[in-house]
Write a protein that binds this ligand. Structure first.
Ligand code: MN
Length: 310
């Protein structure tokens, strides 16, 4: 496919690593060593597809976050979000849950109890900028998002704007997140001031002769105004992008901060609850973790090369 970008698209492919969140195997596409952020996007887990049964479902107990937004997007199934703001929200495919942690929030992700079938989805994190990262927590649910069906692709805009469609979701930096259901070869318009990553969920696509499949992320540097995507069979992907994040971030467990001491304070506020994270009304047990490895006497093993956590 002809490409009219300002520079040739060179796709840097990385393989997601396997991780476990609760009882679910996930493919963690971000962060990667050497590629910690794409715009302000700093974490991407593709969970499932797995079967929800009478005895097994999503059950991620209450845990804290600071300095980020969580974006929950389901491909199949349903889940129940509860948080320390009192939110209780079922989410189904096509809908968006967006939680802004700011200075601190806690939440749980549960099974709805009655759903049986396939569960598959994405959990993405967005690092908050200096101006809002210590602001108040908030939660948004969007029951419907703008969608277009043109040129071989159904595009649903999760965050930001794409092809003239604007998501109502809050964002504090210039970024975009789009779900792409590809049923033919197409070209995707890009912003030259954004870097991007394409995360494959189902099927295969090729960009400039390089093939992506589930479990792989393809990164594109700034400077492109479009990319051609070759698709032989239906494929599903998410495109994330944004202005390169200007501030170095420190990520540990569920926290995005700037310094270790900020993380130390958040950790102790969760271990010995002091009200910072509030209470989540959930029957699941609170999730805890060993102290950060840099703390004296920590039982946490060797420094992880990339952040861990749900
Ligand atoms: Mn979480």
């Amino acid at each position: 496919m002809e490409n009219s970008g300002l520079t040739e698209p060179h796709l840097e492919v990385s393989v997601s690593r396997r991780a476990r969140v609760g009882d679910i195997d996930v493919r963690r596409a971000l962060p990667r060593k050497g590629r910690r952020t794409v715009g302000a996007w700093c974490f991407a887990d593709h969970m499932g597809p797995v079967d929800v049964t009478e005895r097994w479902g999503l059950d991620i107990g209450p845990h804290p976050h600071i300095g980020l937004q969580t974006v929950t997007w389901l491909i199949d199934g349903e889940a129940l979000h509860r948080d320390s703001l009192g939110s209780e929200q079922v989410i189904t495919p096509g809908q968006l849950n967006l939680m802004t942690a700011g200075r601190g929030v806690a939440h749980a992700e549960e099974a709805t109890g009655h759903y049986r079938g396939t569960l598959q989805g994405l959990q993405l994190w967005i690092a908050l900028p200096e101006e809002t990262r210590e602001g108040p927590p908030a939660f948004e649910h969007h029951a419907a998002l703008p969608t277009s069906d043109a040129g071989g692709v159904v595009s649903t805009v999760l965050v930001g704007d794409f092809k003239g469609l604007v998501s109502p979701a809050r964002h504090d930096t210039a970024l975009v997140g789009v779900d792409l259901s590809l049923h033919g070869s197409t070209s995707l318009p890009l912003r030259t001031d954004f870097e991007y990553a394409l995360i494959l969920l189902e099927g295969h696509v090729a960009v400039n002769g390089i093939t992506l499949e589930p479990g792989k992320l393809g990164y594109l540097h700034e400077g492109l105004d479009e990319i051609g995507v070759d698709v032989r069979n239906p494929a599903r992907a998410v495109l994330i992008g944004g202005e390169p994040f200007p501030e170095p971030i420190q990520m540990w467990w569920n926290f995005v901060a700037r310094t270790r001491s900020e993380i130390d304070r958040a950790y102790s506020s969760w271990q010995s609850p002091d009200g910072r994270f509030g209470e989540v009304s959930s029957s699941l047990p609170r999730i805890t973790t060993p102290a950060p490895y840099w703390q004296p006497g920590s039982s946490q093993s060797a420094p992880p090369s990339v952040a861990e956590g749900p």
